[in-house]
Design a binder for this molecule. Structure first.
Ligand SMILES: Cc1cc2nc3c(=O)[nH]c(=O)nc-3n(C[C@H](O)[C@H](O)[C@H](O)COP(=O)(O)O)c2cc1C
Ligand code: SF4
Length: 374
């Protein structure tokens, strides 16, 4: 297939062989300590063999859970220096296949689970979650400084492990999004109130990360451009925040939306059957591209190659990222490259999304990934 989708492009100093990104997707394939397993390596090799140019891992935690239940899928963790070495084999295997790889870092914040943490979740403000009844504790300035430090050291570990880049998870109701959103951040100090103050937490993470990783390591963020909550972050303000953090030194922004605790269905929209439903955050990406000069990745509902090519040709994004289509078809990009251009087979039923914290990642319509690989 001869298309803009298969043209090379760069994010800072990393050259990507095409415009296809595997968006962060919780795999549930870590050891109980949050280290990569053979199953995770197999999955990433399948994605790399399947032609994707850039893989973003699922969100790795930067602080250990005290009571992580044994029967739940375990998250990746990069909270200690002794977790750096374990990644070498996996990263080498992905690189040998001509694919680049970034690690996503996450801190659940307001929507964290008290039983797992062993304490009340923390957030910029004590705004309760109606459907769980959990009210987070408002962070002190010292808490903020501690978490900035934890994010920055986790970024340093990602670099030392040999990843090509790091991505902060600043979307979907996680802590960084909690600070940006006027719905979850009602602080009256330097970290709340106006837009600049609500961008301060992430700007401080960027500054401190740069001190630890130097100027060249690519630092990316996945951000909400609409929380889909009354009084939450909207596209106009999200673009202003993006401009502030691009100025602070973020190298690439992935455009997303929706909040796990209040508006989950907007993150991964169900029942995408028509082309008009595809690329559902496209207008937000276009608004962002008009205001920043760094590369933009667009996630959400990409299913048909000609719609994706149009997104890039219209200048609405530089890269296309996908989660569910690559769960069902890890070899999707190679299929398209070989000219078999039927749209992605994923039917957006969301069974994988509903089950992600209970068991390892798989498509519930196709046979399990592992069986297919054997
Ligand atoms: C099973 C599953 C797990 C996910 N885990 C993450 C995650 O760890 N971090 C993240 O930023 N987004 C996560 N997402 C959201 C996806 O990256 C993506 O934003 C969303 O599914 C929309 O894209 P799609 O239409 O290509 O699936 C997950 C989605 C699914 C289906
Ligand atoms: S279970 Fe399979 S078909 Fe359904 S959304 Fe997930 S990847 Fe797509």
């Amino acid at each position: 297939m001869n298309s803009i989708l298969f043209e090379q492009a760069s994010i800072k100093n990393i050259r990507l062989k095409n415009r296809f990104v595997r968006s962060a997707t919780m795999e549930g394939m870590a050891t109980s300590d949050g280290l990569p397993t053979g199953a995770l390596k197999d999955l990433y090799c399948m994605l790399a063999d399947g032609g994707v140019g850039f893989i973003i891992t699922s969100g790795a935690i930067i602080e250990p859970y005290k009571h992580f239940p044994e029967n739940f899928s375990t998250a990746l963790a990069i909270d200690e220096n002794d977790k750096i070495e374990a990644w070498q084999g996996l990263i080498d295997a992905v690189h040998e296949r001509g694919t680049k790889i970034a690690m996503q870092l996450t801190y659940l914040g307001r929507q964290d689970i008290p039983e797992w943490r062993g304490s009340t979740p923390i957030a910029p403000s004590a705004v309760p979650i109606q459907n769980t009844g959990v009210t987070p504790r408002e962070m002190t300035v010292q808490d903020i400084k501690d978490i900035v430090e934890k994010f920055a050291h986790a970024c340093r570990r990602v670099k030392e492990a040999g990843f090509d880049a790091v991505q902060l998870h600043g979307a979907h109701g996680n802590l960084i999004n909690n600070f940006m959103s006027p719905f979850t951040n009602i602080r009256t100090d330097d970290y709340g109130g106006n837009t600049e103050n609500r961008a301060r937490f992430v700007a401080e993470i960027v500054d401190r990360t740069r001190e630890l990783t130097g100027p060249d390591f690519p630092l990316m963020i996945k951000m909400n451009f609409n929380d889909f909550i009354d009084g939450g972050l909207d596209v106009d303000e999200a673009v202003k925040i993006a401009e502030i953090i691009a100025q602070a030194g973020i190298d690439c922004i992935e455009v997303s939306g929706g909040t796990l605790s209040e508006s989950k269905d907007h993150i991964a929209v169900k029942g995408i059957t028509k082309k008009e439903q595809e690329a559902y955050f496209r207008t937000y990406a276009k608004a962002l591209k008009e205001n920043v000069s760094i590369p933009v990745i667009l996630v959400g509902g990409h299913r048909t190659p000609d719609v994706m090519a149009k997104v890039l040709e219209d200048g609405a994004a530089d890269f296309i990222s996908m989660s569910r289509p690559l769960i069902r078809e890890p070899g999707l990009i190679k299929r398209w490259k070989n000219g078999k251009l039927e749209k992605a087979k994923c039917i957006s039923c969301n069974q994988c999304f509903e089950n992600w914290i209970f068991r390892p990642l798989r498509c519930y319509v196709e046979e399990p990934l592992k069986e297919r690989h054997n």
